[in-house]
Design a protein around this ligand. Structure first.
Ligand code: FES
Length: 64
């Protein structure tokens, strides 16, 4: 599904970018252009970012 219409960015592209190390809206903006024009996609892009980042962060907190 398209998250950012201005730049044609989908939620899977965002998840992929997060998987490759984008951990902030600033990083996503730099990588994909998300929220760099009208900004209307920012809340949803942030939601996708948080949802994708969370499991990785919790996994990081689990002691080895
Ligand atoms: S929809 Fe993403 S910047 Fe406009």
């Amino acid at each position: 599904m398209y998250v950012c219409l201005c730049h044609g960015v989908t939620d899977s592209q965002i998840r992929e970018a997060v998987g490759e190390g984008c951990c902030s809206m600033r990083a996503l903006r730099r990588e994909l252009g998300v929220a760099s024009s009208c900004g209307r996609c920012a809340p949803y892009a942030k939601q996708v970012l948080d949802e994708t980042r969370e499991p990785a962060e919790s996994a990081h907190l689990v002691p080895a």
